[in-house]
Design a binder for this molecule. Structure first.
Ligand code: ADP
Ligand code: MG
Length: 159
C-alpha cells in the first residue's frame, strides 16, 4: 500500500480544484473520509467534489441533518458526524445501506466512525498550521479498490 501523499493548498479555490481532481477518480460506492479541525476545509473539499460531479445545488455543512444526498454524474451522499451523539444514530439514518450502495460517500469527521467504514477508502486530512489560508493536505488511499488508481491519484496530488 502507499504511504501518504501530501500537498499544500493556499486558498479555498485551490482546495476546490484539488477536490475536483480527486472527483475525477471516484467511482460508485467510494467512501472518502474528511478529517481535520473546524474550518480547515472539509466542506470546501466536499463542494469541489460535488461541483466536479455536476451537482449545481449548494453544498453546505450537513451538521444539523447529518446526511445530505445529491444527484450528479454519480449520486453523492455528504455526511457530517460532528454532532453525532452515538454510533447508533448513524445506523438509524440508514448509514449501513448508504455504505456499500452506489453513491460516493463523503464523511466529514469520518475518522470518528472509522469502525463503520469499509477497508477501501480514501482519507483526506486537512490541517491549518497558521491563521492564513495555507492548508496542509494529506491523502491516504486504503484497500484494493484504490490500488489501480494510485498513479492517477499521485498525479492529481502532484498537480
Ligand atoms: P470545515 O468543513 O473543515 O469546518 P469549511 O470548508 O466549512 O471547513 O471552511 C473552511 C474555511 O476556510 C472557508 O471559509 C474557506 O473559504 C477557508 N479557506 C481558506 N483557505 C482555504 C484552503 N486553502 N482550503 C480550504 N478552505 C480554505
Ligand atoms: Mg464542514
Amino acid at each position: 500500500m502507499i504511504g501518504e501523499l501530501r500537498l499544500v493548498t493556499r486558498s479555498a479555490d485551490d482546495t476546490l480544484a484539488f477536490a475536483g481532481g480527486v472527483a475525477g477518480l471516484l467511482r460508485a460506492g467510494d467512501v472518502v473520509v474528511l478529517a481535520g479541525d473546524l474550518g480547515t476545509g472539509k466542506t470546501t473539499f466536499a463542494r469541489g467534489v460535488a461541483r466536479a460531479l455536476g451537482i449545481d445545488e449548494p453544498v453546505t455543512s450537513p451538521s444539523f441533518t447529518i446526511v445530505r444526498e445529491y444527484e450528479g454524474r454519480l449520486p453523492l451522499v455528504h455526511v457530517d458526524v460532528y454532532r453525532l451523539g452515538r454510533l447508533q444514530e448513524l445506523h438509524d439514518l440508514g448509514f449501513d445501506e448508504i455504505i456499500g450502495g452506489e453513491a460516493v460517500v463523503l464523511v466529514e469527521w469520518g475518522d470518528a466512525v472509522v469502525s463503520l467504514l469499509p477497508r477501501d477508502r480514501l482519507e483526506v486530512r486537512l490541517e491549518a498550521p497558521g491563521a492564513d489560508d495555507e492548508r496542509l493536505v494529506s491523502v491516504t488511499a486504503l484497500g484494493p479498490a484504490w490500488a489501480p488508481r494510485l498513479d492517477a491519484l499521485a498525479a492529481v496530488v502532484g498537480g
